[in-house]
Write a protein that binds this ligand. Structure first.
Ligand code: SF4
Length: 200
């Protein structure tokens, strides 16, 4: 049975799409066959707004309700906006995890549409220049992507109270360069562990 939500720590994670703007060779959805902590995150059909709010029930119960899953939720932005509005109306806290390519994907600035709906946005930046970023993540927009993600993170500060850039501790990857970029653009930085085949 496909999982559209799961609890991890004090947070509720939402899995609303498997579509993504990247084809990261390290993606755990491939390594782990779409499984996470015993949940099958492969979606045959993306859930509707109603199906998602029915599983959330009471967003106040969680520290955060997080759009995450195996895919980039902002590829399904209208559903994200509707669910987030409902969570905020019911006193919950919303976090979006994204690759940060939504503005390039839609060809417009989507960040003003998220104002008041999202409390935290976590943007992954695995790479410190266009070539390295393209080599590591295989994004849809190739070497253009790195600059797009950095621009997205900078602009996000105008609309979302907390913006975090994250980077994975790959063996041999100079994560400090990404930390410097986060500092330069004035957002927080967080290191994420590298997950191998044995970690699920
Ligand atoms: S951005 Fe995330 S979901 Fe998308 S391919 Fe990369 S690791 Fe997988």
């Amino acid at each position: 049975m496909n999982t559209i939500s799961y609890v991890y720590g004090n947070n509720l994670y939402l899995n609303i799409t498997n579509r993504c703007m990247m084809s990261c060779p390290y993606c755990i959805k491939r390594k782990w066959g779409n499984k996470f902590e015993g949940n099958d995150l492969k979606l045959d059909v993306e859930p509707s707004y109603k199906e998602v709010i029915d599983v959330i029930k009471d967003p106040k119960k969680y520290d955060e309700v997080i759009f995450c899953g195996y895919g980039d939720c902002l590829i399904n932005i209208e559903t994200v906006k509707k669910i987030s509005r409902w969570i905020k109306d019911n006193s919950g806290r919303v976090r979006v995890n994204t690759a940060g390519l939504a503005n390039r994907y839609y060809g417009r600035d989507i960040l003003p549409e998220l104002k008041g709906l999202i409390d935290i946005i976590s943007i992954s930046l695995n790479g410190s220049d266009p070539k390295e970023y393209n080599d590591i993540n295989k994004p849809m927009f190739e070497e253009e992507s790195f600059g797009e993600v950095v621009k997205f993170a900078k602009r996000a500060k105008n609309y979302i109270p907390k913006v975090i850039i994250t980077a994975i501790e790959f063996p041999g990857f100079d994560i400090l360069k990404v930390e410097r970029i986060a500092k330069e653009i004035g957002v927080q930085f967080r290191i994420r562990p590298y997950l191998g085949d044995e970690d699920n």
